[in-house]
Design a protein around this ligand. Structure first.
Ligand SMILES: *Cc1c(COP(=O)(O)O)cnc(C)c1O
Length: 416
């Protein structure tokens, strides 16, 4: 670990206070040109006594705007203190967790996984258009049927097709033969450039794609492609539990960008989706017309709160790498325990061993039970075949036991 450390509360407070001092202070400084200020003082009192010990809230009230991207070029100097906190946060994620080389990546804290995925698709679409002379109709996204719907959103916005790759019903793995056939058909129809989205933990199953499945088939056809990893949910789980994660990191030269959400497993406030990509790619989405923004703009969002960067930095530096590993390990143990109970009850489910999601076949779960425990169905219609249990921090063995007791009592006709 080059950047990631556990720090004491005093160290964290001091670090954030120092960063805020380097920002413009709307309470004191003569700052006349920005359409920005601290939060409304009648509603958000900046002299509330608890703020002095609460770095994230203090930043929230100071209201820094992190508009633009701060890993390359110049940035708005008024917020340079907290922009540095954002860079430190990205260093931990890109280098220490996802194996990037120091200073060899760009990125920013987006509004969420959706925006980070859109940013990736937008960047690759433009890259193929600018550097390969591609037409949007010649570009296609390849991603499994279990992929998050933000990819469908992106395909729609960017006017490129998404080819949804089927997965095995039981193992949720990419059907390579189907992929091969789809690709042949797509190329016949004029697709020449491919954007691959590999999942590190799908939303419904926690399933993890193997990028080599895509690479083998695409290399066989000798077509240009780029790989994005959607680790929105799994990015703070899988890398800590799996023995071998090289293929799904920047150590794999074929991977060029990653999405990870801090507002899911990391329990940061909403608005903390992280986008990271290799150097010399993000320029493809430069908006030169953003002339009032120092350094112009390389991000999908415009104004965004610097307090989000501070929140993610605070969580990471409160746990440190070992503290985070222990926390995730406990969730894995609970998931193991839950799966053992299901095995004993002969209830069928899918689970990726290095993830904390258990997706149970709906035939084993009465609808009232699913509703009582807020289990999420794969489909909100009569086609549903699965319900998932996500072992977040608040999901303890006692809660799981209540569900198991109900399932034991339920006289379900098992149809599978
Ligand atoms: C949640 C999720 C997203 C979208 O993230 P938001 O933060 O809700 O925008 C994208 N991909 C995966 C795999 C997710 O689990």
């Amino acid at each position: 670990m080059e950047f990631w450390k556990k720090r004491t509360p005093a160290e964290r407070l001091h670090h954030i206070e120092k960063a805020l001092q380097e920002n413009v202070n709307f309470s004191k400084d003569a700052s006349l040109g920005y359409p920005a200020s601290k939060l409304d003082g009648k509603v958000f009192y900046d002299d509330a006594p608890f703020l002095k010990d609460a770095p994230v809230l203090m930043t929230f009230v100071a209201n820094p705007n992190h508009i633009g991207c701060h890993t390359t070029g110049t940035s708005e100097k008024a917020f340079k203190g907290t922009q540095q906190i954002e860079r430190e946060t990205l260093d931990i994620l890109a280098v220490d967790i996802f194996g990037a080389e120091k200073n060899q990546f760009d990125g920013y804290i987006a509004s969420g996984g959706t925006e980070a995925n859109l940013q990736a698709l937008w960047m690759y679409r433009n890259n193929f258009m600018k550097h390969f002379g591609a037409q949007p109709t010649e570009i296609a996204i390849l991603a499994s049927e279990d992929t998050h719907y933000s990819i469908a959103k992106g395909a729609n916005l960017l006017l490129i097709d998404w080819l949804s790759v089927p997965v095995g019903f039981e193992n949720r793995k990419i059907d390579k033969e189907a992929l091969n056939t789809m690709l042949a058909v797509a190329m016949e129809k004029g697709k020449k450039y491919f954007i691959v989205v590999c999942n590190m933990g799908t939303t419904m199953f926690g399933s993890v794609d193997n990028p080599d499945d895509y690479c083998e088939v695409l290399e066989n056809y000798n077509v240009p492609f780029s790989i994005h990893i959607d680790a929105a949910y799994g990015g703070f789980v899988y890398p800590f539990l799996a023995k071998e994660t090289t293929a799904l990191s920047f150590k794999n030269p074929k991977v060029s960008s990653i999405t990870v959400d801090a507002h899911k497993m990391l329990q940061a406030p909403y608005g903390t989706g992280i986008f990271i990509c290799r150097k010399r790619l993000i320029e493809n989405v430069l908006t030169q017309e953003a002339q009032y923004v120092e350094g112009m703009d390389l991000t999908l969002s415009g104004s965004r709160s610097g307090a989000n960067a501070v929140a993610v930095w605070m969580i990471l530096n409160t746990y440190g790498p070992n503290g985070w590993f222990e926390k995730i390990k406990i969730l894995q143990m609970r998931t193991d325990w839950f799966c053992q109970q299901l095995d004993q009850m002969k209830i069928a489910y899918f689970r990726e061993p290095n993830m904390n999601i258990v997706t149970i076949k709906s035939a084993f779960i009465p609808e009232e039970t699913a509703a009582r425990f807020d289990l999420v169905p794969q489909k909100h219609n009569d086609q549903n075949q699965w319900y998932k249990v996500v072992l977040m921090e608040h999901v303890e063995v006692d809660h799981l036991n209540q569900l198991l007791e109900e399932l034991k009592e339920a006289t379900v006709t098992v149809t599978t």
